[in-house]
Ligand binder design. Structure first.
Ligand code: PLP
Length: 378
């Protein structure tokens, strides 16, 4: 291989920074000048921008995506003895917040084509203790929200979308975060919209719970030094809000680039099914935010090893389902129904996707993924 070919990054935040350097520096300088590093004017400016972007009635900026899911559970009064239904196949934070709220996570199997909760399995997970459903919009594709909302309404349950990976994704022309009464997203740097540290946001159409969530974000205080509930310190720094405001300007373009790259991948990798490498499926009424582009391979380890040799960085999201994690096993009970989630954990492999990917790198990734699939044919 000639040495003038640049190496392929898994994501490229440096090129994005170069493109947005002017507005980012201007925004940061403004905060340094006014000095309101906590609860500065950029916080509500960002919240209004997030409301406009998603169409949700209320947006609350908060410290990270985990708090963005924990706070709604706390505000809704989820507690010990309650059950919250979620998918088995997600980043651990989805189950973690349920346990932190004091409740028990109940896991539903997934649809292997979309990696999201299989809604045909949802209703049988409901018990008299069930209080809420927390679907995860994994890899950027919004879960089956109409079906989930209908089942929730029938049984009197809350729905909180884990939108940590799907900010900007759409479902029947609605934005992720606005497809249920409550949702939380993450602005961790590697998420589709990332800040320069930890960050997150909560979305809700429920004005009463919105007030409660704003209080919980700030130590449960209704006014200064008067605490009507137990809360957290879960504010988002003004500097992070300023950075997100600058990045939001270009975000629609970024989403288009991610979707364009995913479509090129889809076309190029369709025929790899004969080598047991399968492309992800996005339902026709949705546009994914493409947090990850995740293939499935029945011989994943050999496939990944070959890709590494060829210089294509990959990642496994996630190698173990949540109820199999040591800290979660005991509470999980019988998990023998989670067949497809376990299969996904054995077969998934994410390849590079980011908005500033050059045509040359895109071509290289496509070529090398095909080479790896062919050479590791089972
Ligand atoms: C990243 C992530 C979270 C947590 O977000 P943080 O900002 O890292 O706290 C929650 N759920 C899912 C599915 C995630 O991918």
């Amino acid at each position: 291989m000639s040495t003038n070919i640049p190496s392929i990054p898994f994501i490229d935040l440096k090129t994005q920074y170069q493109a947005l350097k002017g507005p980012i520096h201007e925004r940061i300088q403004k905060v340094l000048d006014h000095g309101a590093f906590v609860n500065g004017p950029e916080v509500s400016e960002l919240e209004r921008a997030l409301e406009k972007f998603t169409g949700a009635k209320h947006a609350i900026a908060c410290a990270n995506g985990t708090d963005a899911l924990l706070i709604p559970l706390m505000a809704l009064g989820i507690q010990a003895g309650d059950e919250v239904i979620t998918t088995a196949f997600s980043f651990i934070a989805s189950a973690e917040v349920i346990v932190l709220a004091g409740a028990k996570p109940v896991y539903v199997d997934i649809d292997l084509k979309t990696f999201n909760m299989d809604v045909s399995q949802l209703e049988k997970a409901i018990t008299p203790k069930t209080k809420a459903i927390m679907p995860v919009s994994l890899y950027g594709q919004v879960a089956d929200m109409d079906e989930i909302n209908a089942i929730a309404q029938k049984h009197g349950l809350f729905v909180i979308e884990d939108a940590a990976q799907s900010f900007g994704g759409t479902y029947k022309n609605q934005k992720s975060g606005a497809c249920s009464d409550y949702a939380g997203t993450s602005f961790f740097p590697a998420k589709p919209l990332g800040c320069y540290g930890d960050g997150g946001a909560i979305f809700t159409n429920d004005s009463k719970i919105n007030t409660a969530m704003k209080e919980i974000r700030e130590h449960g205080s209704e006014k200064r030094y008067y605490h009507t509930r137990v809360g957290l310190n879960a504010r988002l720094d003004t500097l992070q809000c300023a950075i997100l405001l600058a990045k939001l300007e270009r975000y629609s373009w970024e989403l288009e680039q991610r979707d364009r790259i995913a479509k090129d991948y889809h076309q190029a990798f369709q025929e790899l099914s004969q080598y047991e490498v399968y492309t992800p499926h996005v339902k026709s009424d949705r546009i994914s935010a493409w947090a990850q582009y995740t293939l499935r391979s029945t011989h994943r380890d050999a496939f990944q090893k070959k890709l590494t040799e060829l210089g294509v960085p990959t990642s496994i999201h996630y190698p173990m389902i949540m109820p199999d994690q040591p800290a979660y096993q005991k509470q999980a009970g019988d998990t023998s129904h989670l067949v497809k989630a376990r299969q996904a954990a054995q077969e998934v492999i994410s390849i590079p996707i980011y908005p500033d990917m050059s045509e040359a790198i895109l071509k290289q990734v496509i070529e090398k993924v095909r080479t790896a699939a062919l050479s590791t044919k089972s």
